[in-house]
Structure formats: structure tokens, C-alpha cells
Design a protein around this ligand. Structure first.
Ligand code: GLN
Length: 494
């Protein structure tokens, strides 16, 4: 038992796990506490599904395992509650992917990432709001309403993993899963002042993640600290070739081991293109201050160029919709999900089902995707985009010849007001400029809180590593968090 349950939600994953191991709190008590918080703060819109019975059954099982596990050998996440982005399919909870198309859908199986975390004894608190099929940067494309940013409820938490970021920032969950196709872990983490990591493409299995753009989609953890992300990512990664053919054949790794290494002599690449005209001065000031802190820690700043940064926007917004148009063809009203009530024949059923089930942004992307893949336009758009994608990846390899990690802003501005970009998709696409290059190259990237900008909104700094350098990124982030306390800042009222 803990004497002060009001502070349970302020513990990090690592601290809560220690409390569970030391029997200061039970898994059922922890789950009950967070479920109550999720309900008390329902107006944030972070959760799409809660099921006390399912959560408490998992928590009771964790308590049995805790009681049976010998001291010193307890798995590090046993009994820790966590919530999943509603893009991961789950047996125990409905999965919607933020779409009316999947309202009420229950999967017969758990996504690999969900199953792997459950295997470590993680207790699922529920499912978190997100942009429809993970398409968006503000969580305003969810069919079930937007999410509010706990730092200022009139602002977006970012997207598409907006529910994940808001829930962690508001202490409704100690941690959450997210997915990142073009920035959806890093940008909401930045907007909500939390820490998130997107691993190298292929390190975490995509099996059971509702597909958006399969050559880009990656799962990762969102938590308050790099230390917590390391614990969670260690459980989430690993080969899954039987079920995801793009899964990398790299064994699971204990990312917590390298956190404490010194970063003396670390070479941090500073891409000129990430600090140009479009970057707002408040974000720049916070990122510059963080870089100065890194210099104090013994790191060296190395100027680099990523000359095709601007092209990453058109390239991504050709490739991602192309893959989406293909992936989303499965929602035809036959196999699962929504089906129109009234129709005259099969074609009419397809048309009405898809017209009713998909939101505007999803329809826009299906149309763009079908267009760029169509005969006569494939060479002009899709093939060109693929070629430039390769060049963007090559540019990073040039850069990594002279630096160990790359640093820059996550987004050009702090979180904007809800509604500000919702009528202007292009404005929202442009705000993805700093996260898209790493996504297109398949590189690991993370966001760490480095201060506050306009409106006292959190600013995140992005760290990009070379392939499979997650341990290095987490180490670099952890060393910063040992020297600063931006990650400990807490929104008022939570
Ligand atoms: N904002 C980008 C988009 O709308 C990225 C989304 C994501 O990473 N899932 O596609």
C-alpha cells in the first residue's frame, strides 16, 4: 500500500515499477487510480475506450505474478498500467483507428506490440484517441472528436498520437504507445512536453497496427522520460518475420543498459535546413538553449546539410497517400467494420459504405493516392517521389559520416489553437517538415522536452540517429534529462 495515492500518477514508469516490486502499491490499486483519473478528466477527449473489468482482470493477474516472482527477478514492467493508441488492435478493447468505419470493431487478436507488453505484465488502461487512420497532425481528424492539450485546453495536443501525448502529459497514464508514419510520435510528444521515440523502421512489428502507409508506419513508446521510453521500447521491439515481413532481424535489446554512458565528445549534427526561415523564434530559442546545454555536457556541434529537407513534404504526401489508398481498400463493408444500411447493388454498397465511413482527410488521401498511382501519373509522381526518397536517405548517410546524432526542432511552432489549421490541410502538411525526412529514410527519431515557447507551450527537440541507434538516442536524451528538469514540468490542474 502506498500512503499517498494522490502522488501515484506523478511517478515515472521506472518509479512505479519499483513501487510495485517493493509492494508499496498493488497493480490493482495502480490501475484503479489511473482509471479514476481518466474518468475525471474525460473532457480532454484522450480516451476512446475504457473497460474497468478488462483492466482490473489484467491487474489482478499482474498481482498474482508479482506475488509469485522472487525478489530481484521481477520483470521490470510487471503491473505497470499503460494505454494504447487506438491504432493497435486489442482483444479486450474495441479498436476504431479513430474512424467511424471501425466504430465498435473488436479484433480477435492483439497486435504484436500489445502482446509483447502484456507478456511483460503491462496492464492496459484503455485505448487512446488519434487522427482517423493516423492521418493528421492535430488529432482533429478523429471521428470521435478532438483531444485537448493539457497545457492549454484551447490548443491541439498534436497528432496523430494526440490522445497518447495528452494522456501522458495529464498523468492519466504513466505511458502510452504511439505510432509514427511522418512524425506522429515526435510531434505530439513535443506539443505536450513529454518524451517519445520512433525506432528504426522495422524494429517494432507492424502486425496488428491498422495500416496507414506500410513503408513508413512504426510503433514506439511515449512517456515522460527517456529512461521510461528505454524500458518500454526494450519490450516492444524484436523480430516478427512470420507476421510482418518488413520486421528487422535484429534481436530484442535492453535499451536501459546504455543510458548512463558519458556523452563527452559526442558529435551532434546541426542541419542548416532545420534552422531556416520557417522556424519560429520561440522554438529556436529553446532548441538553441538545449544545444548549449549539450555543449556543457561535452558534446560538439557539427554543421551539416540535409539539402532535400523541403522536398520531403511533397515526397511524403505522394508516397503516404499512395500506400494509404491501397491499404484502405480493405474497408469495403464486406469483411469488417461499417456497412451502409441502404444500397441497390454491390457497387452502390461499396460507394455508400466508404462515403459514410471515412472522414474528409481520409477521402482526400485516398483520392490523391489513387491519382498518383494511376496510369499516366505513376511515372510523373509516384516514381519520382520514390527516387527522391532514396536521395533523402542518402543525404542522411552523408551527414552521419561527420556526426553521431542529428538535432533540431520537432516542429516549426508550438501547438496551435484547435481549429486553426483544420480548414487548411496544406498548412498542416507544411508543419511536418522536420519530422518527415527521418521518416522517409526509416531512421529512429525522438522528441525530448527542452523548454517553453509562445503561450507557455512546451517545445520539443528532435534527435535523429542512424539505423538501429536507438540505444544511442536514448542515452543522449537521458544525459540531457539528468542535467535538466524540463521533462518534470507538469501542466496546471493535473
Ligand atoms: N502528420 C502526418 C500525416 O498527416 C504524419 C502522421 C503520422 O505520422 N501518422 O500524415
Amino acid at each position: 500500500m502506498t500512503n499517498n495515492t494522490t502522488e501515484l500518477h506523478d511517478l515515472t514508469v521506472a518509479q512505479l515499477a519499483a513501487h510495485l516490486r517493493e509492494r508499496k502499491v498493488s497493480a490493482v490499486e495502480a490501475a484503479t487510480h489511473f482509471l479514476a483519473r481518466a474518468k475525471n478528466h474525460a473532457s480532454l477527449g484522450a480516451f476512446l475506450a475504457l473497460d474497468d473489468n478488462a483492466t482490473l482482470a489484467q491487474a489482478r493477474a499482474a498481482d498474482v505474478a508479482l506475488a509469485a516472482s522472487p525478489a530481484g527477478q521481477t520483470p521490470s514492467l510487471l503491473g505497470v498500467p499503460l494505454a494504447h493508441k487506438d491504432i493497435f488492435v486489442t482483444k479486450d478493447f474495441v479498436t476504431t483507428a479513430g474512424s467511424k468505419m471501425l466504430a465498435g470493431y473488436r479484433s480477435p487478436f492483439d497486435a504484436t506490440v500489445v502482446a509483447k507488453l502484456a507478456h511483460e505484465g503491462v496492464v492496459t488502461l484503455g485505448k487512446l484517441n488519434c487522427d482517423e487512420f493516423a492521418m493528421g497532425s492535430a488529432n482533429e481528424n478523429s471521428a470521435f472528436g478532438p483531444v485537448q492539450n493539457p497545457w492549454d485546453i484551447t490548443r491541439t495536443p498534436g497528432g496523430s498520437s494526440g490522445g497518447s501525448a495528452a494522456a501522458v502529459a495529464a498523468r492519466l497514464a504513466p505511458a502510452a504507445t504511439g505510432t509514427d508514419t511522418g512524425g506522429s510520435i515526435r510531434q505530439p510528444a513535443s506539443f505536450c512536453g513529454i518524451t517519445g521515440i520512433k525506432p528504426t523502421y522495422g524494429r517494432a512489428s507492424r502486425y496488428g497496427m491498422v495500416a496507414f502507409a506500410s513503408s513508413l508506419d512504426q510503433a514506439g513508446p511515449m512517456a515522460r522520460t527517456a529512461e521510461d521510453c528505454a524500458l518500454l521500447l526494450s519490450a516492444m521491439c524484436g523480430p516478427d518475420a512470420d507476421r510482418d515481413s518488413t520486421s528487422l532481424d535484429i534481436p530484442a535489446e535492453n535499451f536501459s543498459r546504455s543510458l548512463h554512458a558519458s556523452i563527452e565528445g559526442l558529435r551532434i549534427g546541426i542541419p542548416a535546413e532545420f534552422f531556416g526561415e520557417g522556424l519560429s523564434p520561440d522554438v529556436r530559442a529553446a532548441v538553441d538553449a538545449a544545444l548549449a546545454e549539450y555543449q556543457k555536457l561535452g558534446a560538439k556541434l557539427v554543421p551539416i546539410v540535409l539539402p532535400r529537407t523541403e522536398l520531403s513534404i511533397p515526397v511524403y504526401y505522394v508516397i503516404a497517400p499512395a500506400e494509404a489508398s491501397s491499404n484502405l481498400s480493405r474497408f469495403d463493408g464486406v469483411k469488417f467494420g461499417h456497412r451502409a444500411d441502404q444500397y441497390t447493388d454491390l457497387i452502390d454498397m461499396y460507394k455508400k459504405t466508404r462515403a459514410e465511413g471515412f472522414g474528409d482527410e481520409v477521402k482526400r488521401r485516398i483520392m490523391i493516392g489513387a491519382y498518383v498511382l494511376s496510369h499516366g501519373y505513376y511515372d510523373a509522381y509516384y516514381l519520382q517521389a520514390q527516387k527522391i526518397r532514396r536521395m533523402i536517405a542518402d543525404d542522411f548517410q552523408q551527414a552521419f559520416k561527420v556526426c553521431d546524432v542529428i538535432a533540431g526542432p520537432v516542429a516549426p511552432t508550438v501547438a496551435w489553437k484547435l481549429g486553426d489549421k483544420s480548414e487548411d490541410p496544406l498548412a498542416s502538411y507544411l508543419a511536418d517538415i522536420f519530422t518527415l525526412p527521418g521518416s522517409l529514410a526509416g531512421l529512429p527519431g525522438m522528441s525530448i522536452p527542452v523548454g517553453f515557447g509562445a503561450g507557455h507551450m512546451p517545445v520539443g527537440m528532435q534527435l535523429i540517429g542512424n539505423y538501429s541507434q536507438e540505444a544511442k538516442l536514448l542515452n543522449v536524451a537521458h544525459q540531457f534529462q539528468q542535467a535538466t528538469d524540463w521533462h518534470a514540468a507538469k501542466p496546471e490542474g493535473f
